[in-house]
Design a binder for this molecule. Structure first.
Ligand code: ARG
Length: 465
């Protein structure tokens, strides 16, 4: 290591030897935080405008800074900006270039500010725009899901518990169950956005600054609802990133459940739906294969998102106030979470409206699995049997059906009367699939009229966004 003073660094004043080359690389973040350049520039513009308004910068200086930053943004957009590891991070790369471009005024930009409140601001701005992009895709996915549900209010499929045929349900009802999960995810995302959207700018390094800054000014210029309350907390906590990752882990969990069902349903064993070829790939060895790669991949991506949540929780655990370099590690997990979630929802938003339900197959699967057994039990209760006795009687009828390969609706009246003498011809109305779903006619039930109303309510909620 050289013993000469390191003059290349913006903080080199108190140092008597250059940074070790490995340490320089090890401590740098510019390789990944350059993604926040646009946010960093917006934050600097707001900060400079505020400094001018309170009299720390004059109007000419502000204009120079604005022009310099505009040029830097243009260089970044054009791909000609020279990022340098020696300048450590996005903040110092931009500031150094500004000084190169406009001279001494560039050195005044950092007045009353620290990289600690700067990075806390940038990352909030970055995540906020990620959240807005995700919210738009999520709305698109929900729209497609609800619209498909509205077309299938009386398309019958088997409903499952334990992945065993349980009772018939409308396909639209199943889709609207997915929508409920997504609707709650949307709510969590908006809660996260609300708590995140406060401006830490002005907290400076940790204690605030001696300049007469106007934090309301920068907060509103950057679209924040208000400034944060406490300078130590402002530069320190990354709970908003953790909260976002926990939203993401839940959303991805939901997408993985939907994925799993799509994978099952496209198999030849189920054959409930067809996915258009553009969402599938083939096998290099088995010519007959059409694999549901998109849902499989989304299901697999839950792993990395869950991992990022744990990374950030662990990163924050036991950190003393205020800023610690540990927090530089918040970015890669957060960025990858934003990217992964955005791609996954986009894939789903494209795919769901393109699903082709195989209505005959679904219906046949519901018909085969004794899915109206509960309806027969309810019918017997109507005749005056206690439910437990009715359950027992229907159990015997099902056993007879299993032994003779007959569904309940395929048995003749005399056979059914062998299990309970009071059964009459009208029993066949409840043993049909249509009768079964139509009878569940209450809020949240699968009767076609209820499903249609639920789809309308869900669509109306979506339109309020
Ligand atoms: N690159 C740093 C980060 O991402 C910026 C803040 C550095 N602050 C400091 N006091 N070293 O967290």
């Amino acid at each position: 290591m050289s013993k000469e003073q390191d003059t290349s660094k913006l903080w080199g004043g108190r140092f008597s030897e250059a940074t070790d080359a490995f340490v320089q690389r090890f401590t740098a973040s510019v390789q990944f935080d350059q993604r926040m350049a646009a946010q960093d520039i917006k934050g600097s513009l707001a900060h400079a405008a505020m400094l001018c308004q309170v009299g720390v910068l004059d109007a000419a200086e502000l204009e120079e800074i604005e022009q310099g930053l505009a040029q830097i943004q243009a260089e970044i957009d054009a791909g000609s900006f020279q990022w340098s590891i020696e300048l450590e991070d996005v903040h110092m790369n931009i500031e150094a270039r500004l000084t190169q471009l406009i001279g001494v005024t560039g050195k005044k930009l950092h007045t009353g500010r620290s990289r600690n409140d700067q990075v806390a601001t940038d990352i909030r701005l970055y995540l906020r725009s990620g959240i807005d992009a995700i919210a738009a895709q999520l709305s698109r996915l929900q729209h497609g899901t609800i619209a498909l549900a509205a077309q299938h209010t009386d398309t019958i499929m088997p409903g499952f518990t334990h992945l065993q045929t349980a009772q018939p349900v409308a396909f639209g009802h199943h889709l609207l169950a997915w929508n409920e999960m997504l609707q709650r995810d949307y709510g969590r995302l908006m809660d996260c956005r609300g708590r995140l959207n406060q401006s830490p700018l002005g907290a400076a390094a940790l204690a605030g600054t001696t300049y007469p800054i106007d934090r309301e000014h920068t907060a509103s210029a950057l679209g924040f609802d208000k400034p944060t309350e406490n300078s130590l907390d402002s530069v320190s906590d990354r709970d908003f990133a953790i909260e976002f990752c926990s939203f993401a882990a839940l959303l991805m969990t939901h997408l993985s459940r939907m994925s799993e069902e799509l994978v099952l349903w496209t198999s030849s064993q189920f054959n409930f739906i067809e996915l258009p070829d553009r969402f599938c790939t083939g096998s290099s060895i088995m010519p007959q294969k059409k694999n549901p790669d998109v849902p499989e991949l989304v299901r697999g991506k839950v792993g990395r998102v869950n991992g990022h949540l744990i990374s950030l929780l662990t990163l924050m655990k036991s950190q003393p106030l205020a800023y610690n370099k540990d927090n530089q590690e918040d970015k890669e997990p957060l960025f990858d979470t934003v990217d992964t979630v955005l791609d996954s929802i986009r894939a789903f938003a494209d795919m769901i409206p393109a699903i082709r339900p195989q209505q005959e197959q679904m219906r046949e699967a519901a018909r085969r699995g004794f899915s109206t057994a509960t309806d027969l039990a309810d019918y017997l209760v109507g005749l005056g049997l206690p439910f437990r006795d009715a359950h027992e009687v229907v159990g015997q009828a099902v056993a007879h059906g299993v032994a003779n390969d007959l569904d309940l609706a395929e048995m003749d009246l005399a056979t059914l009367q062998g299990f309970c003498a009071d059964i009459r011809e009208d029993v066949f109305e409840v043993l049909t699939l249509e009768g079964s779903i139509a009878a569940r006619d209450h809020l949240g039930g699968t009767a076609p009229a209820q499903v249609a109303a639920a789809a309308r309510r869900a669509m109306a909620l979506l339109e309020q966004r």
